[in-house]
Design a protein around this ligand. Structure first.
Ligand code: ADP
Length: 727
């Protein structure tokens, strides 16, 4: 037996092994395990230094514990291993003389510096193969004994077992911590997390689930999950469980759940299968997120969009209303157009406009415009047979709305069928408004219906109110227009009649005065002959009577002449008025009146007169009358007459001023009337037609004549205007 294998040595090894076993039992950390292992190795072998190395997670062999090794050495040999990690059945490698070993050639210098003459590699191996090694070092070359190496392997075996147990403990501990962390995550999640078995029985229930659904974990766990579903979704849960049972996952499934308080909430569900260790599906985990807010926002957005679209459609229809109202003046067409558009605007199935009109017999009948349904819809006469139903629309001042006529106590006495045949659905939604004129007269009523309940909203009421008001204005206007057109026609007709009567009268006056002249001339001539032949034989009375006849006849002759002048004043048309030199015309007139003027020492002064667009004969007639009157109605002083003209607002205004007896202003307009005179024929001869003739002539040219200034005893100024002659 080689030295070192004595009984004593054997005993020492056994003692070291027991020491190792008991210290391994007590070891609380890996470090303690490694220390015990090295103590036993040094005690059980001839080694003077030892080390423990294991593969790290990155697969590199690293020192875990050592005795008597320099930093340099350790750094240089880290990573060296005779066996790759996981080698199964690795064998101890003992090198008696390190300097002579070829496999260690790269380390010869290092080993010499570290004073290592021999060394041994003892594998640490478990089920998964090599995971580390023990190193034994000797200063001198040393033949490692079989017992020494077996002792080291035995220590390695124990240490490996202890390490395995320790690792398992560590792993278990860390997985327990992991589970706790997971549980904390679940518990603190903002999403409701619920698990259930494959029958649907709830197995866990986190705090968010309590908050979302109102049930505590104690209330929920053990109950079938179906109690959370609203009635109409009872089957949905079973379907989800079946899918999960087949191993499917359900992602973001949007549905509704009922809370403990009975409130229905919108939720999004993600459901995944739960498997046991063998991979069998045993239940489902469910993450439930409250999406009520999101749904509300989506709904709000949808409503806003809808409202915008509605508003756009409404604006278009309102535009049409405006156009119809503006362009349509026929009341019937107007009413029809309004009914059509209003029916579309309020979304009714049908709309009716009942038009209040009193018929000739005094009976009130209500013709109507119908939109949305054919007239045949209404039975019998084609008119809704019970218009009593529409009475409210004619009595009320405002809009009437009912969500469901069949349930509305206000209309309890009226059948809701509106005379519509039984096979048609009844009217349920009802909307009506009176159309009231500016004078508060009820022109008619707009009535709308729909077979579904709740079709008309407040918004429709507002629309209808607007349309009814506009319709009232349009109907009023159309009626006014009708009346205006009628009045215009009437005026035209009476004008024609008047013109005809005037013409008849003129013809009559002309022929009468013309025919009167003939016998009158005979009377005048005969009385003059009588006077000449028998004048000296007549008594004084006889002479006076004869003079009366002559005078009367002459007056009558003058009257007839004036009447003829009047009726013919504007008669024969001489074509359009020529440009006339008014000064020349006046000159001729003054020439005619020369002897009258001289007999009363009259003086006529004339200012500058413009040319005018008038027939010279007529202008002469006017001057003749006005200057003749100025001479005739002279006062004490010899007549002073001044004729002038001025331009005023596009007219030429002539004025004839005298210093005669004057006229009281209250008679200023009367004197232009036919046969109107302010004096008797004894005072001043005349027929009272002169100014009437002047007026007729001036008006013929579009002008007028008036007494401009006058006072009794202070003279008179007559003016007349004719359109300005443009150069
Ligand atoms: P006539 O001179 O034939 O009576 P006119 O129609 O010419 O009829 O005149 C109507 C009346 O107006 C006269 O009767 C007279 O009283 C009054 N009148 C007209 N011109 C003058 C005048 N220049 N001055 C005063 N009175 C006048």
């Amino acid at each position: 037996m080689a030295p070192g294998f004595s009984r004593e040595l054997e005993l020492q090894r056994l003692r070291a092994l027991y020491g190792l076993l008991s210290s391994l039992q007590r070891a609380k950390s890996l470090e303690e395990v490694y220390e015990s292992a090295m103590t036993s190795l040094l005690a059980s072998t001839a080694a003077d230094r030892a080390a423990v190395l294991t593969f790290d997670e990155d697969g590199v062999m690293r020192f875990q514990a050592w005795r008597g090794l320099s930093d340099e050495y350790r750094a240089a040999v880290t990573g060296h291993t005779p066996w790759p990690q996981g080698t199964v059945g690795a064998e101890t490698l003992a090198i008696a003389d390190s300097s002579g070993d070829a496999s260690l050639a790269p380390y010869h210098a290092l080993l010499a510096r570290e004073k290592i003459g021999s060394l041994a590699f003892v594998p640490l191996e478990l089920d998964q193969g090599v995971f580390g090694k023990f190193m034994l070092y000797q200063r001198d070359p040393h033949q490692w004994a079989k017992e020494e190496l077996e002792a080291a392997e035995l220590i390695g075996g124990h240490v490996a077992l202890v390490l395995q147990r320790q690792r398992a403990d560590l792993a278990r501990e860390s997985s327990e911590q992991h589970l706790q962390r997971l549980a904390a995550v679940v518990e603190n999640s903002y999403d409701a997390i619920v698990t259930k078995d494959l029958r649907g029985v709830i197995t866990s229930w986190n705090r968010a689930a309590e908050e979302l659904l109102g049930y505590t974990a104690a209330e929920a766990i053990g109950k079938p999950i179906a109690f959370l579903a609203p009635e109409d979704r009872a089957n949905e849960m079973q379907a989800i469980l079946e899918r999960v049972g087949r191993g499917e996952r359900v992602h973001h499934f949007e549905t509704q759940r009922k809370t403990k308080a009975g409130r229905i909430i919108d939720v999004s569900l993600s459901v995944s299968p739960i498997r046991d260790r063998s991979g069998r599906i045993v239940g489902a985990s469910k993450i439930m997120r409250d999406i009520t807010e999101r749904k509300r926002a989506e709904e709000e957005r949808r409503l806003l969009l809808q409202r915008e679209q509605d508003a756009r459609a409404t604006a278009e229809l309102l535009n049409q209303v405006g156009l119809t109202l503006l362009t349509e003046h026929d009341v019937d067409w107007l009413v029809r157009g309004i009914t059509d558009i209003a029916t579309a605007l309020v979304g009714a199935e049908f709309g009716v406009f009942f038009h209040n009109r009193v018929e000739e017999k005094g009976e009130s009948r209500r013709p109507y415009a119908l939109s949305g349904r054919s007239r045949g819809t209404f039975s019998g006469s084609g008119i809704p047979n019970n218009t009593e139903i529409f009475e409210p629309a004619f009595r009320s001042e405002g809009v009437l709305r009912s969500d469901d006529l069949t349930k509305d106590p206000r209309y309890g006495h009226n059948p809701p069928d509106f005379g519509i045949p039984a096979d048609h659905p009844p009217v349920r939604s009802y909307l009506a408004a009176p159309v009231i004129s500016r004078s508060r007269e009820i022109l008619g009523g707009l009535v709308f219906g729909h077979s579904e309940a709740g079709k008309f909203s407040e918004h429709h009421e507002v629309l209808l109110r607007g349309i009814a008001a506009q319709a009232a204005i349009a109907i009023d206007n159309a009626k006014l227009l009708e009346q205006a057109e009628w009045a215009q026609g009437e005026l035209k007709r009476s004008n024609q009649e008047l013109r005809r009567t005037n013409e008849d009268l003129e013809v009559f006056a002309y022929s009468a005065s013309h025919d009167l002249q003939e016998p009158l001339r005979t009377i005048i001539l005969s009385s003059e002959l009588l006077q000449r032949a028998c004048g000296d034989r007549l008594t004084e009375d006889g002479t006076r009577y004869l003079e009366g006849i002559v005078h009367g006849s002459r007056t009558m002759n003058q009257l007839i002449a004036d009447l003829l002048a009047y009726t013919t004043a504007t008669r024969s048309e001489e074509g359009p008025p020529p440009v006339t030199d008014s000064a020349a015309v006046l000159g001729e007139v003054l020439q005619n009146l020369k002897s009258s003027m001289e007999s009363c020492e009259a003086v006529v002064t004339v200012a500058e007169l413009p040319p005018v667009s008038m027939h010279p004969v007529r202008l002469a007639q006017i001057f003749q009358n006005l200057i003749g009157n100025a001479l005739k109605y002279r006062g004490q002083d010899p007549p002073r007459i001044h004729v002038s003209a001025r331009e005023e607002d596009g007219w030429t205004v002539f004025s004839v001023q005298d210093n005669g007896i004057g006229i009281e202003t209250e008679y200023a307009s009367q004197i232009f009337g036919l046969f109107k005179r302010l004096h008797s024929r004894h005072q001043y001869p005349g027929s009272g037609l002169g100014l009437a003739i002047c007026q007729r002539l001036v008006e013929h040219y579009g002008g007028r004549i008036w007494l401009d200034q006058s006072a009794l005893g202070a003279g008179s100024t007559f003016c007349f205007s004719v359109p300005l002659q443009r150069a």
